[in-house]
Write a protein that binds this ligand. Structure first.
Ligand code: FAD
Ligand code: NDP
Length: 521
């Protein structure tokens, strides 16, 4: 037993949820000497997919997605390889979905094992059961039909979220898959309809296209809501040129399974409901947002407030309205009052991890730092990636007004791609033509000496590139600091060292010469 505030409990801390945030919190708290138990349990998806310890990121999120993205990039790379002199055995190398799934799942299982070992060596008690609250200090769970109870001084809720199926679409839940299923799908997806147009839908549609599957995206309204519009549209333009078909302003109204197993989908106009098209697909995948997994937690028994969208509102120190209960990661809604924008409370793994580690340090160590939810960088891993930190052009204009915002930008193509493709900038007549694949953009606030308030890069390796520049924004870099930076040549990133064309000048921002992001020649 442990003592906390004059009471005794089984544990100092019980963490509910063994994903990115929960694991980080539990291990850190145990490192500070707290007696910790962690619950993790995966409810099967409607298609009966299950997975192991580690939560969304490792099992059905970031990790398998990034591996499939990497596999996808090899398709165009192989086509380029021929142009660069590689003599490949066949004209169109074949692709085997089962091999990809096996490699991905073996890696995921290895990580599941490592997480178990990590908990054990940190001396965290791991309980593989679905937990719910009975009171602020009591957590109950069932095992083989028997109810058990543990008590804790403090409770951290980090239960994440699950994919949301839109209501009222006959056949959706029965026949369509989600990101919970795609990474372990035991058969080739074939001709696929992806519904949704944000991170998950576009990333999955991107790698499916690159792997050679006939892929269509049903876009309800716009691509990547909340992101910089121009950057989001650039993603769409490049994906379209690479073979992804977009049906804009459309949503499925029904999905029927035919005798041959194929799925007959009717798409209707998302505003008027008018018929748009009916077509058959081998696979329909929903990427239409995620719902916090809080419904089964019995939060009312502990008096924890929950929002209508299922999120648990928390203060800037992850505390809920109940003094000993905290929430973090995808299931929490941080009251940062930052601005109604995508960046206020992002559902990202490093956010959940850092919030958990800082919380553990404050509760059980000597930590005082709170999580800083501003200027968090992110990347969308579409075939041509998109990295961003700070405000979109639209949000900056809304926040500061047009008189206070200047945007510096350039479109260009990577040197390596220019050399093998006819990157004709605007002309897409030829089959092999591609639009410029890169966009570099700095959004600056004039009244603060052109402090860079938004950084956007669309192009290869945007995730890697954006991470470093995010530090510059955190440190308050101004446009002049970017201008003084000497580039690394030849790279795409060097485009940010001395961007000259402003949005207000009206000058064409598509690079006419130079090599990649550079200005030589
Ligand atoms: P989770 O990781 O979801 O963990 C919650 C855990 O709690 C789960 O294991 C769940 O089963 C368990 N649980 C739920 N209820 C209970 C209960 N009552 N009792 C016991 N256990 C319970 N983020 C990035 O930063 N980069 C990316 O590239 C990226 N790609 C993504 C791709 C996809 C397809 C998806 C879906 C997400 C992606 N994310 C990415 C987001 C990232 O995965 C999440 O932000 C992150 O996993 C959230 O961590 P968490 O700890 O809040 O919850
Ligand atoms: P989002 O909530 O970001 O987007 C949902 C998408 O689905 C939007 O395009 C939305 O369109 C559309 N949509 C919603 N409801 C319907 C409907 N009924 N019919 C048709 N379309 C609909 O969800 P995601 O699932 O893409 O991602 C969830 C979170 O996971 C992200 O916010 C991100 O934090 C995290 N993530 C991070 C990744 C990364 O870091 N690379 C990768 C993947 C996920 P509309 O705009 O019209 O509302």
């Amino acid at each position: 037993m442990v003592a906390d505030g004059g009471e005794t409990y089984d544990y100092d801390l019980v963490v509910i949820g063994g994903g990115s945030g929960g694991l980080a919190t539990a291990k850190k708290a145990a490192n500070y000497g707290a007696k910790v138990a962690l619950f993790d349990f995966v409810k099967p998806s409607p298609q009966n997919t299950k997975w192991g310890l580690g939560g969304t990121c490792v099992n059905v999120g970031c990790v398998p997605k990034k591996l499939m993205h990497y596999a996808g990039l090899m398709g165009p790379a192989m086509r380029d390889a021929k142009n660069y002199g590689w003599q490949l055995p066949e004209d169109t190398p074949g692709f085997n979905w089962s091999t990809l799934v096996e490699v991905v799942q073996n890696h995921v299982k290895m990580l599941n094992f490592r997480y178990r070992v990590g908990l054990k060596s940190a001396q965290v008690t791991y309980i593989n059961a679905l937990a719910r609250l009975a009171s602020p200090h009591e957590i109950v769970y069932e095992r083989r039909g028997v109810e058990h109870k543990v008590t804790a001084g403090k409770v951290v809720i980090a239960v994440g979220g699950r994919p949301a199926y839109p209501a009222g679409v006959p056949g959706a839940k029965e026949y369509a898959i989600t990101s919970d299923d795609i990474f372990s799908l035991d058969h080739s997806p074939g001709k696929t309809l992806v519904v949704g147009a944000s991170y998950i839908a576009l990333e999955c549609a991107g790698f499916l296209t690159e792997l050679g599957f006939d892929t269509t995206v049903a876009v309800r309204s716009i691509l990547l809501r909340g992101f910089d519009r121009q950057s989001a549209e650039k993603i769409g333009e490049v994906m379209e040129a690479s073979g992804t078909r977009f049906v804009k302003g459309a949503v499925p109204s029904s999905i029927e399974k035919q005798a041959d197993g194929k799925l007959k989908v009717t798409l209707v106009d998302s505003t008027t409901g008018a018929h748009v098209m009916t077509e058959t697909f081998d696979t329909v995948m929903y990427g239409t947002g995620r719902t916090p997994d809080t419904a089964a937690l019995n939060l009312e028994a502990a008096g924890v407030t929950v929002l209508p969208n299922g999120k648990i509102p928390v203060n800037g120190d992850e505390s809920t309205n109940v003094p000993n209960i905290y929430a973090l990661g995808d299931c929490a809604m941080v009251d940062v009052n930052f601005m109604e924008s995508h960046w206020a409370n992002p559902e990202l793994t490093p956010v959940a991890i850092m919030a958990g580690q800082l919380l553990a340090a404050r509760l059980y160590g000597k930590g005082t730092d709170k999580m800083d939810y501003t200027l968090i960088a992110t990347a969308v891993f579409t075939p041509t990636e998109y990295g961003a930190v700070g405000l979109s052009e639209e949000d900056a204009l809304k926040m500061f007004g047009p008189q206070d915002v200047e945007v510096y930008l350039q479109e260009f193509s990577s040197l390596e791609l220019q050399a093998t493709k006819d990157v004709s900038h605007k002309d897409l007549d030829e089959e092999n033509d591609m639009p410029p694949m890169c966009l570099s953009k700095l959004v600056c606030r004039k009244s603060e000496g052109e402090r860079v308030v938004g950084f956007h890069f669309v192009g290869p390796n945007a995730g890697e590139l954006t991470q470093g520049f995010a530090l510059a924004l955190k440190l308050g870099a101004k446009k002049a600091d970017f201008d003084k930076l000497v580039g690394i040549h030849p790279t795409d990133a060097e485009a940010f060292c001395g961007l000259e064309i402003t949005r207000s000048s009206g000058i064409d921002f598509v690079a006419a010469g130079g090599c990649g992001g550079g200005t030589c020649g």
